[in-house]
Design a protein around this ligand. Structure first.
Ligand SMILES: Nc1ncnc2c1ncn2[C@@H]1O[C@H](COP(=O)(O)OP(=O)(O)OP(=O)(O)O)[C@@H](O)[C@H]1O
Ligand SMILES: [Mg+2]
Length: 342
């Protein structure tokens, strides 16, 4: 298969049904149907998610092909997320992709969702020169990894409890800000004072992270106020509280990144996943890069959260590297980890 082949990407690991077309490493389209139904439950309900994927997968794929002005017969491969994710949700994407590829007589490629995130800041751009650091900060993962050579990746650290995005979501729930909570906290924090309260920053050995203590500390802080003061705070100082919490998360991420940059001597760092959309994190990362003379890349906003362009692009990277081991008969692996790029 030529490297510049046209690839259809499909992503259905959680609550977004997404399809995209990539040609020669450039995104021609990236379509997404998000599921609002989960908001009222404060988190994703797996059975509802898989049913919604089933209803949406065909229209979303059609829209992606139409926007890209590509016919099914132009496709060289179908890339699909095979894990990690919700089993029922993954099955819808995998089942569709395998059947669609079979019908067209082209290969289906199973892609690790995290591998998609890892390369999401490079879509339409050149790949970094190895070695480079990648910090994944998403709803389910917080991982720092060194990409040593092409697709060879060495995990340096991970969260021991909540993921960074999960911490945003859980604190947002404490503050009645809805789900997902990251964007709401980000918006409010923009008008708040990060020095309003000093929440604790966990610093573990190596590059591991911990966010559950911070979340509990926000809970204890709110409980300690009593009903009247708490109501007043929610009315008048909510932006300050959001800014103080957000600053603690960003401090922990930037601290680990800075230490890893010094120790590895890399010239390039990528920050990817839903939390990489956070305005304060982006600002602090930019400043860190400028101070240290290291190139920092973060995905364009549409590619921070789950999307299918990153899945198709990861397939493109694999093919460009001559790796075709992910071809055909992709099997679902809900617990797939980073570091197993196969
Ligand atoms: N601006 C923001 N600031 C902080 N967090 C954000 C922002 N935007 C989104 N998030 C968080 O990003 C997370 C979603 O990211 P993403 O879609 O990458 O995660 P996921 O796919 O659910 O998890 P994973 O990729 O680990 O399986 C949510 O937790 C959400 O609150
Ligand atoms: Mg994701």
């Amino acid at each position: 298969m030529p490297n510049d082949s046209v690839i259809l990407g499909i992503e259905s690991s959680c609550d977004d049904t997404a399809a995209a077309v990539i040609a020669n490493g450039k995104a021609l389209s990236s379509e997404m149907a998000s599921q609002r139904i989960h908001a009222r439950f404060g988190g994703v309900v797996p059975e509802l998610a898989s049913r919604a994927h089933q209803r949406r997968i065909v229209p979303v794929v059609r829209a992606a092909l139409r926007k890209a002005n590509v016919a099914p017969s132009d496709l060289a491969a179908v890339a699909v997320t095979r894990g990690p994710g919700l089993a029922g949700s993954l099955l819808v994407g995998l089942g569709f992709a395998r059947a669609y590829a079979f019908g067209l007589g082209i290969p289906a490629m199973g892609i690790n969702h995290l591998e998609g995130h890892v390369f999401s800041a490079c879509i339409g751009q050149e790949l970094p020169k190895s070695p480079w650091l990648c910090l994944i900060v998403s709803g389910g993962h917080t991982q720092l990894a060194l990409v040593e050579d092409g697709l060879t990746l060495r995990p340096l650290g991970t969260t021991r409890d909540d993921a960074a995005g999960e911490a945003f979501d859980k604190v947002a729930r404490l503050l009645d800000l809805g789900y997902p909570g990251g964007p709401a906290i980000d918006r409010l924090a923009a008008q708040g004072d990060p020095n309003f309260h000093a929440f604790p920053r966990a610093r573990l050995a190596g590059y591991d992270f911990s966010f559950s203590g911070l979340k509990t500390s926000v809970l204890y802080y709110l409980n300690g106020l009593g009903d009247e003061k708490r109501a007043a705070l929610m009315q008048r100082r909510l932006p300050d509280l959001c800014a103080a919490f957000q600053e603690a998360v960003v401090d922990m991420l930037i601290d680990a990144l800075e230490r890893a940059m010094t120790e590895t001597g890399v010239r390039e760092v990528h920050i990817v996943g839903g939390v990489s959309a956070n305005a304060r994190l982006r600002q602090r990362a930019k400043t860190l890069g400028e101070t240290c003379g290291v190139r920092i890349r973060m995905p364009q906003p549409a590619y921070c959260m789950d999307n299918a362009a990153m899945i198709a692009f990861a397939a493109h990277v694999r093919l460009a590297a001559g790796q075709t081991d992910a071809l055909d008969h992709p099997v679902m692996e809900p617990n797939l980890a980073l570091g197993t790029f196969a």
